[in-house]
Design a protein around this ligand. Sequence first.
Ligand code: HEM
Ligand code: SF4
Ligand code: SF4
Length: 277
Amino acid sequence: MFLLLFGGFIGFTGYQLVWDERAQLLTSMFVAMLRSIPAFGATLTRLFIGGLGISDGTLVRILFLHIGPATALYAFLWWHYVRLRHPKIWPPGVWVLFCVGLVFLLAGVVPMTRETIPAAAPAAHPTSFPMDVFFLIPFWLLNFLPAGVVVLLLVALFVGGLAIPYASRRETPVEMGVRHSGVAQVIDGNCTGCELCYYDCPYNAIVMVPSPGPGLSKAAANRSLLAVVIESRCVECGICIGACPFEALELPKFLERDVLRQVAEALRPGSGQAVRA
Ligand code: HEM
Ligand code: SF4
Ligand code: SF4
């Protein structure tokens, strides 16, 4: 939800940057939304558009508010990718490059045609604009709802989205006992010392120690480090199992091969459990 709203804000400031009549009207609507916020309205308006109305400083603010969050988003996505990348589920690099290339090629061959909207002018008083239902939906809502209600809805979406993970019911001790699958175990022979599990364990339950000797598998023959699970910290979440590309971690009562078999069975046509689109 955070990403959706954050991305929506970046898209909205992008439309403002074009500075045509749509941008002009969007900015006025945005100001109305900000001013509807009790107590902080005027401060937020100054923060977001550099004054209480459109002024010389407005476009510079908007440029910063577009590029700053977009750059932060890329940085976070990259950080996320580096932390959670899993070679088994990530498509091979060549496929990724092919898809990116295809998008660029298609954008060149079939460029998006845009409506021409007149440039913004102080004397212009636009009353409508071509709609983008993805980025500009809150502004469409302003057709039917007062600005304050739309702001309230956005805040509710944001807070509600953040609260979802905490709203689910907690397991009872009995349910936890049934689920208990034993702390993660390192399969010494397979561990290459790559440290992926060490970085991915959210509970700091894995440490890397100097390897007492080479591993058994070919990949692990030249390792210098070995992963060790600190049992008192492990909550059996299984994240490290997914992080390890070398099948060197297991939850004893929840073996990877059993899970994969269950998934394969569930996906078999006619199993009655297949995931349907
Ligand atoms: C999550 C990333 C981003 C999203 C979703 C996004 C979205 C948009 C959108 C929807 C527009 C309006 C397009 C139009 O109708 O012309 C736009 C315009 C613009 N964006 Fe972005 N953008 C992103 C990242 C960036 C970054 C990183 C930069 C610069 C380093 C940038 C610079 C601009 C500029 C200069 C314009 C104005 C283009 C014009 O005047 O036609 N954007 N953006
Ligand atoms: S199962 Fe979870 S808590 Fe335990 S070592 Fe693996 S990632 Fe860490
Ligand atoms: S257990 Fe797996 S992910 Fe962790 S260091 Fe060893 S090979 Fe790498």
